[in-house]
Ligand binder design. Structure first.
Ligand SMILES: *Cc1c(COP(=O)(O)O)cnc(C)c1O
Length: 360
């Protein structure tokens, strides 16, 4: 068996001990005589798995008791509609901060459900920096303020928490949830597709403050109404059971490594290996403002785009895959989520050095 270093932006690499455990438990989970995939979501075995996954998430993220954790389907793109359907009704309008491709998608989708004000945009810098809060034009009458905490394509990340006063802060954390500790109480709602840092695709995590539940627009499909899901412990419809189980194994693994503080320390060291190399090189370049650089997704360009294909081919031959940048920005992108070992980043930098020597 050979495993590659997989730099995919998502679905992404998972910790090997998790995959091994899942393989071991595939045919017979804990003496139940069945795979988790085959269990009733209402049986005692799965209810236990579900409860443990939620409790681990609460423990690791320090989620206060006045927040519900919902395990839903529909992905973060689904939440782009589900969030306004559930939250915008209070005032009919919301503020959005535009920092790149994913927040632009959120803005476009939300416009169907109310009046959307783009309170700040990174457009002037071509989305290579997060607009400073002093420049934000927030509306105190907004039902919420929406941010994307890590732009997976552009590689910009908030390293601070916006202060939106009494207006609830909503964050799409799909690509940096679990990468470091955060103060959940500063947010009204957090959502994330699982397939970057938590587990397989198909599971969407929603962490929502109690007082924001129960105000859905009448058009909201019942399966996407946070109240229905909260009242039914995320079992209003069949939840993505196997994805929840794998997420639970990932959370156990993260806990065994020391929790989110340990993840953050590890992620900082890992990202520095790559950024330090990029910064001293005249051949490679990362365009993002240093204070806003993502610890999870590192886009970079070669001196000459004509070398991109040769770079990717050479990387593939060395077992490093999925380094091609998103088509909207071109170049390369290394996604280095929690489960990417530092050996993977070191191998990438060694290859980049070698390629630069050869082609530079
Ligand atoms: C991957 C990603 C999405 C898309 O999630 P889906 O699960 O495909 O709906 C949305 N937002 C961010 C920040 C992402 O990284």
């Amino acid at each position: 068996m050979t495993r590659v270093f997989n730099f995919s932006p998502g679905p992404a690499t998972l910790p090997e001990p998790v995959l091994r455990k899942a393989a071991e438990e595939m045919m017979d989970w804990h003496g139940s005589g069945m795979s988790v995939m085959e269990m009733s979501h209402r049986g005692k075995e799965f209810i236990g798995i579900h409860a443990e996954t939620e409790s681990l998430l609460r423990e690791l993220m320090g989620i206060p008791d006045n927040y519900k954790v919902l395990f839903m389907q529909g992905g973060a793109i689904g939440e782009n509609a589900i969030v306004p359907m559930n939250l915008i009704g209070r005032t009919g309008k919301a503020d959005y901060i535009s920092t790149g491709d994913w927040s632009k998608k959120s803005i476009k989708e939300a416009k169907t459900y109310g009046k959307i004000n783009v309170a700040a945009t990174g457009e002037a810098s071509n989305f290579t920096a997060i607009p400073k809060q002093a420049e934000w034009k927030l509306d105190p009458g907004a039902a919420y303020v929406h941010i994307c905490s890590n732009e997976t394509i552009g590689g910009v990340e908030y390293h601070w928490t916006p202060d939106t006063g009494s207006v609830p802060l909503v964050a799409d954390m799909s690509s940096n949830i679990l990468s470091r500790g955060i103060d959940v109480s500063k947010y009204g709602l957090i959502y994330a597709g699982a397939q970057k840092n938590v587990g397989p695709s198909g599971l969407t995590i929603v962490i929502v403050r109690d007082d924001l539940i129960g105000q859905a627009l009448p058009i909201t499909p019942s399966a996407f109404d946070y109240k229905q899901q909260a009242d039914n412990d995320s079992m209003y419809n069949t939840p993505p059971t196997y994805a929840i189980y794998i997420a639970g194994l990932v959370l156990q693994h993260v806990k065994s490594l020391g929790g989110l503080a340990a993840m953050e320390a590890h992620n900082k060291v890992k990202a520095a290996v790559l950024y330090d190399y990029l910064d001293q090189s005249a051949f490679y370049r990362n365009p993002v403002a240093p204070e806003d650089r993502s610890l999870m997704n590192v886009p970079f360009k070669l001196k000459d785009d004509a070398l991109d294909d040769a770079f990717l081919k050479g990387a593939q031959a060395k077992g490093m895959i999925q380094l091609k940048g998103h088509r909207s920005v071109g170049g390369m992108r290394a996604s280095i989520y929690n489960a990417m070992p530092i050996e993977g980043v070191k191998a990438l930098v060694a290859y980049m050095q070698e390629f630069e020597k050869q082609a530079g």
